[in-house]
Design a binder for this molecule. Structure first.
Ligand SMILES: *Cc1c(COP(=O)(O)O)cnc(C)c1O
Length: 464
């Protein structure tokens, strides 16, 4: 590999031992967990790539900031620090703190969405979709077609297709669209970015019809980095400047601080409209806590404020995205089918292409991720038919276009040598893949959100 990747811009001050297991122990653990990586205990996992959410390593500055958290019930100074920091980096003057991103979604959806409303977006995120549907809204996916194609190697696979957006507006009427919900980056498409040019186009359409644009900002810093690297004319700007530009094109944002901001918990809703902010404050008291802590401790707000400042620093964001690319390129070099281009927070393996002999009703992605754990002690997550669930009317399995395994990289948590071990394990399994002659079948299938609690068994008695 000729490419060079950024060195980790930190050194290690505290270490956390990770479990080292044998293949025999993992085979046993997998059986106990019903071949579902969600049901493995963390102490059975050597390298945990289940999610990048809340699994980040905080910096010494963040830990130090936690010690000065102001735990006042009303008017905590830590709240005002967070409010200032969000206003400075994201540009939203009104801040409603929440315990996680989904809580901000809950409050925003209750404020804006009514039965019969339609909400266009660049692919859905599960919690966003649930909140808009619970308030009677109908989601419309207006992302470009390439987002659904694993090897369409285009730089901004998270872009909105303006024709699809115009079509939805023409069909349902602008009066029935309370907002556009725009993700940067798009998690479900593989951590793929939206371009500034495309977002400006969305803004123009929104202005023409008087519709607000809400940003899902969980990974907007990663998106800003891709804009700097890939969008013509943006290379000389700072990531902070591009982040601000993204936010300036929107009317508000829901944020999970467990992503870009290096925090273990927390979130916020940021808006410009004071009357929307007042409505949201009325609800945050009901669901979260007072509007100056919103379900967080003062120390959590301090950790997030410091995390935001660190997140836009070039050396941090380049190393973060660089680590993900490092793992992805290593797998591509070995011929392992991976979604391209490599996204901002995770590498997605194309399970359909890796195990073409496993029929879809034996769940190739679930089979692959169970086998990767067995061989390598690495935990990822299924993103395919098991996650997609069954059709509410026919009871048949949904078979989404993509049958993927996601390996998400927590920020600052693992070193390059951990990623070498992950790559070696996945490549070993890839070379052994013809030994996997059958997939999995359900032994227990919960009626909703089945992927969390489902249990399986190998159709052939053993996976490998
Ligand atoms: C994680 C996430 C959320 C939800 O945030 P939580 O903090 O997990 O509640 C919303 N949108 C995106 C894109 C996310 O990745």
């Amino acid at each position: 590999m000729a490419r060079e990747y950024p060195v980790e811009p930190y050194r290690i001050k505290a270490v956390e031992p990770i479990p080292v297991t044998t293949r025999a122990q993992r085979t046993q653990a997998l059986g106990r967990a019903g071949y579902n990586t969600c049901l493995l205990r963390a102490d059975e996992v050597t390298i945990d790539l289940f999610t990048d959410s809340g699994t980040n390593a905080m910096s010494d500055r963040q830990w130090a900031a936690m010690m000065v958290g102001d735990e006042a019930y009303c008017g905590s100074s830590s709240f005002y620090r967070l409010e200032d920091t969000v206003a400075r980096y994201y540009g939203y003057p009104e801040l409603i703190p929440t315990h996680q991103g989904r809580a901000a979604e809950n409050i925003l959806a209750q404020c804006l969405i009514r039965p019969g409303h339609h909400i266009p977006g660049n692919m859905y995120f599960p919690s966003t979709r649930v909140h808009l549907e619970r308030n009677g809204g109908i989601f419309h996916d207006v992302i470009i077609d390439e987002a659904h194609q694993p090897d369409a190697d285009v730089p901004f696979k998270g872009n909105v297709d303006p024709d699809k957006l115009h079509k939805v507006i023409a069909e349902v009427g602008a009066d029935n669209i309370p907002l556009f919900w725009i993700h940067a980056t798009v998690n479900m498409a593989g951590g793929q970015p939206i371009s500034l040019g495309n977002l400006a186009e969305v803004r123009e359409i929104a202005d023409h019809h008087g519709i607000p644009v809400i940003l899902d900002a969980a990974r907007a810093v990663e998106n800003a980095w891709f804009i700097k690297c890939r969008e013509p004319g943006q290379a000389d700007r700072t990531v902070a400047d591009i982040l601000r530009n993204i936010c300036d094109l929107t009317d508000g944002a829901t944020m999970s601080a467990k992503k870009d901001s290096f925090a273990n918990i927390g979130g916020w809703l940021g808006v410009r409209d004071p009357s929307l902010a007042e409505a949201a404050r009325g609800l945050v008291v009901v669901y979260e806590g007072m509007h100056t802590y919103g379900g967080m401790a003062g120390r959590d707000m301090e950790a997030i404020a410091t995390g935001i400042e660190e997140s836009v620093r070039e050396e941090n964001i380049s190393a973060r995205v660089g680590q993900v690319e490092y793992l992805g390129e290593k797998l591509l070099d070995a011929g392992v089918p991976v979604v391209r281009p490599i996204g901002g927070h995770a590498v997605f393996l194309d399970a359909g292409a890796i195990l073409p002999n496993i029929p879809r009703d034996q769940f190739p992605a679930q089979t692959l991720i169970a086998a990767i754990y067995q061989v390598a002690g690495v935990r990822g997550v299924e993103r395919g038919a098991v996650s997609a669930g069954r059709d509410a009317v026919t009871g048949e399995n949904h078979y989404p276009e993509l049958e993927l395994v996601r390996l998400a990289i927590p920020r600052r948590t693992y070193t390059q040598s951990h990623l070498d071990a992950v790559a070696a394990g996945v490549i070993d399994l890839y070379n052994e893949r013809h030994h996997i002659t059958g997939g999995l079948r359900f032994v227990h299938e919960p009626p909703t959100m089945r992927f969390f609690q489902a249990r399986f068994e190998p159709v052939n008695g053993a996976l490998l």
